[in-house]
Design a protein around this ligand. Structure first.
Ligand SMILES: Cc1cc2nc3c(=O)[nH]c(=O)nc-3n(C[C@H](O)[C@H](O)[C@H](O)COP(=O)(O)OP(=O)(O)OC[C@H]3O[C@@H](n4cnc5c(N)ncnc54)[C@H](O)[C@@H]3O)c2cc1C
Length: 264
């Protein structure tokens, strides 16, 4: 790890001001990705701005028919929340199956979506639920937020404040997980929303995406059998030591069928 200056921000405004005054500063949430990346010398920020002291970034609120979850809320808090279990149980289940207890107690919603790992779970949920990301500058629809592998629509001086998840009529998340890390080899989130069926797919391609072909089939016939005739573009799938592109394409259909069955 290279040398850096540590700052503990007490407000969103202070965090942004420190970022603007620094040479090459980065925010740190739970450090679950940031610190290993620095230890491996893959990142060498001049300054680290710890968001852990900003109360406004933490917590879960029910706002009308939606859940608003602060960026610094840990996966363990989301998994244990009575509000999340009541309004969107699939989201509590997703959070409770991320990594291991240490990762769930330090890792955060904001850190996960800012990092946008191609195998992360939350991006599939944000996309399927039609969530929106509130930052210090604006509100970004999930459909526009995840722009590429480890890339998002966030500008340089932009901080995620919270995520708004509208309550679906029904939803389910199914993942075929890497048994060591629990990252998704493939994960599929299916939601019945007021605008129809939405499907978020993670792990399969370089960036989480909407499963538009799956949505088209499920909007006609919401049953596992509707998926049989859907053809997925194998050439766009990831291929690595964990799974070939063909296997991932197969898993997307299997996970979608399981999620449809779980939605009831
Ligand atoms: C062993 C292991 C297993 C894991 N398994 C899974 C898994 O099964 N599924 C899964 O989805 N994930 C998994 N993860 C990832 C984990 O869940 C964390 O969410 C992820 O590592 C980000 O960590 P963090 O929240 O501590 O953010 P940090 O590491 O602190 O930050 C990550 C990035 O986000 C930026 N950032 C953080 N907060 C904000 C904010 N509010 N606004 C703007 N930018 C911000 C930081 O600057 C940094 O670039 C795993 C991680 C580990 C180490």
């Amino acid at each position: 790890m290279y040398e850096f200056t540590y700052h503990k921000a007490e407000s969103i405004e202070a965090a942004i001001a420190t970022l603007q005054q620094s040479d090459d500063a980065k925010f740190v949430a739970g450090g679950q990705t940031m610190l290993p990346t620095m230890k491996h010398r893959l990142a060498s920020p001049s300054d680290l701005i710890d968001l852990g002291g900003i109360a406004a970034l933490r917590g879960i609120e029910v706002n009308g028919d939606a859940l608003v979850i602060g960026a610094m809320t840990t996966h363990a808090t989301v998994a244990a929340s009575a509000e999340v279990k009541k309004l969107i149980p699939a989201l509590a289940g997703l959070a409770g199956n991320i990594g291991d207890p240490a990762v769930r107690n330090r890792g955060t919603l904001g850190g996960s979506i800012a990092n946008n790992d191609p195998a992360a779970d939350y991006p599939a949920a944000l996309i399927a639920l039609g969530a929106s990301v509130k930052t210090n500058m604006r509100e970004i629809a999930a459909d526009d937020f995840f722009t590429g592998m480890f890339e998002t629509a966030l500008a340089e001086n932009e901080l995620i404040v919270s995520v708004r998840f509208p309550k679906p009529q029904a939803a389910a998340y199914m993942k075929f997980e890497n048994p060591a890390s629990r990252y998704a080899v493939v994960g599929v989130f299916v939601a019945k929303t007021k605008d129809g069926i939405r499907v978020g797919v993670t792990g399969a391609t370089p960036c989480a995406h909407r499963g538009l072909r799956l949505e088209a089939a499920l909007n006609k016939d919401f049953s596992p059998a509707a998926i049989d005739s859907v053809e997925l573009p194998v050439e766009k799938m990831n291929s690595d030591i964990h799974a070939s592109a063909e296997y991932r394409a197969h898993l997307v259909k299997v996970m979608t069928k399981r999620a449809v069955t779980a939605c009831g």
